[in-house]
Design a protein around this ligand. Structure first.
Ligand code: COA
Length: 158
């Protein structure tokens, strides 16, 4: 497995992952309707770490500054992490998180934060294994498929 920064040519493969990786426990069903023809519409290739397994692109992690102002400098945020269904439980997300930690150190960041649905047990387990701890809970934050779910803030100090 290799992890690298994304390039424009990864667009179609990433769009395919984005269309199939999320469900009601991990994401927002309404989000699928907002997807454009380009994965990079929201943010460019440079904001993404991507993983290749056996020559195929199988996952991404979007890593960005959390705040646009200097007082918040040094806090990064994971604004998306997804692995193709057929490549799960192979360590792809773990490799992406390790690469994000390394990238955080390279940038001199002090912390990486993220949001995760309370219902997303796979992701919560993954993050805990990588040293992310719960920083806050937003009870009944979203109504998804008729059920209120909580949003969790997790973070890892670098
Ligand atoms: C969550 C997700 C990114 C995990 O990707 P992955 O490449 O399968 O994860 P890894 O293989 O690196 O798993 C590492 C560890 O995380 C935990 N984990 C991963 N998937 C899990 C699952 N389905 N159930 C329980 N624990 C899980 C395990 O501890 C696992 O180690 P193990 O396989 O040795 O038991 C993937 O399931 C996914 O894309 N889900 C949909 C999108 C999503 O939820 N993104 C995160 C939003 S905050």
């Amino acid at each position: 497995m290799t992890v690298r920064i994304a390039v424009e040519g990864d667009d179609a493969a990433l769009l395919a992952i984005e269309r199939s990786a999320w469900d009601a426990a991990s994401g927002f069903p309404s989000y699928q309707d907002t997807l454009k023809d380009s994965f990079f519409e929201r943010s460019g290739p440079e904001a993404h770490l991507v993983a290749e397994y056996d020559g195929a692109l199988v996952g991404y992690l979007r890593l960005q500054d959390k705040y646009p102002f200097p007082e918040g400098a040094g806090v990064l945020t994971i604004n998306g992490l997804a692995v193709a269904q057929e490549a799960r439980r192979l360590g792809v997300a773990s490799a992406l998180l390790d690469a994000a930690t390394a990238e955080g150190h390279r940038r001199g960041a002090r912390k990486i934060s993220l949001h995760v649905h309370s219902t997303n047990t796979p992701a919560r387990t993954l993050y805990e294994r990588h040293g992310y701890v719960l920083e806050g809970t937003h009870p009944n934050e979203f109504l998804i498929d008729g059920t209120y779910i909580s949003a969790l803030d997790m973070a890892k100090m670098l």
